[in-house]
Design a protein around this ligand. Structure first.
Ligand SMILES: [Zn+2]
Length: 712
């Protein structure tokens, strides 16, 4: 990688930025580093990291030593960064169940309005366009990748690939130099699981989290090199910010979201623009990520966001003002996922107060790791900060912020829940029963368990949830039962128990538990969908149909429920209803080949061959290696009297999925029918002796083999 040449800056160069009408506004590259805690970067004093590119940005720019994120939740924090509002003002306090209101201006809409060409390249489903951050971007690239084994949903994208997409856009668009660009690059790699690609995997074998950060640093380096080669680096402001940190076991928290302690809130914040911003400047005062958008707009010479909660940091950088003074942060994750009390915190240059059922106060000047709660010793100071917190929230309400003030806890659609769960957002399907579908009294937090007293329970459930996914079902079941013994109403434990039972094939018991979960969380379409699958496995197709209808009554967008119900309706000859279910599923997710294959099968059975053919073509375009599409298409071709083409499709399908006995049986039948008896015999023989072949197929194969043999 070529080294960046950081412009050496004359020491006393004017710091203020004056952008006159004659001079073009600067380009802006905003890089958000997901899940990156500040004190794991060498630029923040960490000895064990390796981040040469971030180091260089810090050496050539301004580093904020004490930057605080508004929430340890990816979506909430990014929305705060883009709107310059705290979560209580913009209303997005959770991943997945709320989207940013289209009435609030953002950094992207403001720059777009100023004539910027805007593009975003994001790496995780949590910031998918459906959650509202795409507004203001000409291009919002949220294409993701299927990850690893067992995960069938696309949930994240590796940083180098996201970076490459951004670089390609820049290469194409840097030619059009008449207007400046704003690019947001979101890198997600340090989020758990920590599994950096080579060479970082080996170099950081004992500290994979740091390896992920080192990997993302290399993506940053590649991006800066590209800007340099395009000749636009010197006219580009580079801003690097974290969305939240990672607890890594501090206070008993493994990852992030449950607590508002510093490891989860303290994030990197670096601004770089040689010649315009000072170099090697370290700002020690407290600042907030909600101050970043106002700062960038200030540097770009654009007006501030109306109603912004943050402020430009340029006066602070110039030493003219003391900075914002206080920072607020919150997490509603405990409430949304566990029905425990939410946490809110406020800190100033020295003190930090956390509003919880058992309130906390820390003197960060002597206790930066928040080990000694001095709230009981310092009741006056705790009270003052408690009041400051209340005043902050009240002021936002009176200011008539346009954003929703209440917590939105709309039912989450199944796909969203599944994708969040695949990202490790445990229990993502649950919405606390007392808040389902309404905005409740969230200040009555003292009635709920205190997260810090419950973290052990949460960690056990987290491990049990992972155990279900990894097939350690007895272990998951035991943990869930143990927790339910103490807390019968624990929805997350109920869900884990139900899914571990289902995975063990104990469908009746699973149904009972899913029914319990459904009572606790009536907004869950998921519970009904899983009950339908259990009923199907028990052979009760009437009940399965009823459960899918219940799921669709809760969430008509539940495309998996549509798909399954469509199949059940088709079996009963209710073809039109079946087709309309499948069409609804396709409308919801036009790029999912499985739904098109499902529809094509029904159309084939209804002898609507041309339409079926069209759907198979679309399915195969979307997913050329889908064994289901190839085998289904083979069935259609056979029905249309094209046995040779059918054979080719069946063979392709079996290449992709050799243990598909039903397709092999079909292939053998067609081969026999067109006189390719030896090949047919081979396939039947394989089925007749296959140890895993279902007994009915094996019996059929033996009969056919005898028949073919007799006629030899
Ligand atoms: Zn995040």
């Amino acid at each position: 990688m070529t080294l960046l040449i950081v412009a050496a800056l004359p020491a006393l160069r004017r710091l203020s930025v004056s952008i006159t009408g004659a001079r073009r506004a600067p380009n802006i590259l905003l890089i958000t580093l997901d899940t990156t805690r500040a004190d794991h970067l060498p630029a923040y004093g960490y000895q064990l990291g390796r981040t040469p590119n971030l180091d260089r940005l810090a050496a050539g720019g301004v580093l904020f030593e004490r930057a605080v994120a508004a929430a340890p939740i990816t979506l909430a924090s990014h929305v705060s960064l883009f709107t310059s509002l705290y979560p209580f003002a913009h209303g997005v306090r959770n991943n997945g169940s709320a989207a940013l209101s289209d009435k609030l201006p953002t950094l992207a809409t403001a720059l777009h309005d100023r004539g910027y060409r805007t593009a975003a390249f994001v790496s995780a489903f949590v910031v998918d366009r459906r959650f509202g951050l795409a507004r203001g971007f000409d291009r919002y690239d949220d294409r993701l990748e299927t990850r690893g084994r067992g995960t069938t949903v696309e949930v994240e994208r590796r940083g180098d690939r996201t970076g490459l997409a951004a670089e390609e856009w820049l290469s194409q668009s840097a030619a059009a130099r008449q207007s400046p660009f704003f690019v947001w690059l979101h890198l997600y790699d340090p989020h758990d699981p920590y599994d950096p690609p080579p060479p970082f995997r080996d170099a950081f074998a004992d500290r994979p989290y740091d390896g992920e950060i080192a990997f993302d640093d290399s993506v940053v380096g590649s991006m800066l090199d590209r800007l340099d080669r395009l000749g636009v680096l010197s006219s580009t402001i580079v801003a690097v910010a974290g969305d939240h940190g990672e607890s890594l076991g501090d206070h008993g928290e493994v990852t992030h979201a449950m607590f508002v302690y510093e490891p989860a809130l303290r994030v990197p914040l670096i601004l770089w623009w040689p010649g315009h911003l000072p170099s090697a400047k370290r700002v020690t005062q407290l600042v907030r990520t909600i101050d970043l958008a106002p700062t960038l707009l200030d540097l770009a010479g654009a007006p501030a966001l109306p109603g912004a909660g943050g402020q430009s940091l340029m006066p602070l950088v110039r030493g003219e003002t003391p900075g914002p003074g206080t920072a607020y942060a919150e997490t509603y994750f405990p409430l949304f996922y566990m029905n425990w009390a939410p946490l809110r915190s406020i800190q100033d240059d020295r003190w930090k107060y956390i509003a919880a059922p058992s309130e906390e106060l820390y003197d960060l000047s002597i206790d930066p790791r928040e080990q000694t709660n001095i709230a009981p010793r310092e009741p006056g100071r705790a009270a003052a900060l408690r009041e400051a917190l209340a005043a902050l929230e009240a002021r936002k309400r009176q200011a008539g912020q346009k954003g929703p003030q209440s917590v939105t806890a709309a039912p989450m659609d199944r796909e969203t829940a599944q994708k969040l769960a695949a990202l490790g957002y445990v229990g993502a399907a649950s919405v606390p029963p007392t808040h389902a579908g309404n905005s409740g009294d969230l200040d009555a937090s003292s009635q709920r368990p205190d997260p810090k007293a419950m973290i052990g329970v949460f960690n056990r459930l987290r491990r049990a949830n992972a155990a279900v996914h990894e097939g350690r079902l007895a272990e998951a079941e035991a943990v869930a039962r143990d927790i339910l013994d103490q807390d019968r109403q624990n929805a997350f434990a109920t869900l884990i128990l139900a899914s571990s039972l289902m995975e063990q094939g104990r469908y009746r018991e699973a149904i009972e538990r899913y029914r319990g979960y459904s009572a606790l969380v009536p907004t869950s379409a998921d519970a009904h969908h899983w009950m339908a699958i259990c009923q199907l496995n028990l052979g009760d197709r009437d009940r399965a149909l009823a459960e899918e209808s219940a799921a669709l009554a809760i969430d008509p967008r539940d495309s998996d429920a549509r798909m399954l119900r469509g199949g059940l309706l088709a079996e009963r000859g209710r073809v039109d209803e079946a087709i309309s279910d499948l069409e609804a599923a396709i409308e919801a997710e036009p790029n999912k080949s499985a739904f098109r294959v499902g529809l094509a099968r029904i159309l084939t059975n209804a002898r609507r061959f041309d339409e079926a053919d069209r759907e198979y073509q679309r399915a195969l375009t979307l997913e050329p290696d889908s064994p289901d599409a190839h085998s289904g298409y083979g069935v259609l071709l056979a029905a249309r009297g094209q046995p040779d083409r059918a054979v080719a499709e069946f063979e392709r399908s079996l290449e992709l999925r050799p243990d598909d006995d039903e397709t092999r049986l079909r292939l053998a039948g067609i081969l026999a029918g067109i006189g390719r008896r030896q090949e047919a015999r081979t396939e039947y023989a394989r089925l007749a002796s296959g140890p895993g072949t279902p007994s009915d197929i094996r019996a059929t194969a033996r009969d056919k083999l005898a028949e073919l043999g007799a006629r030899r």
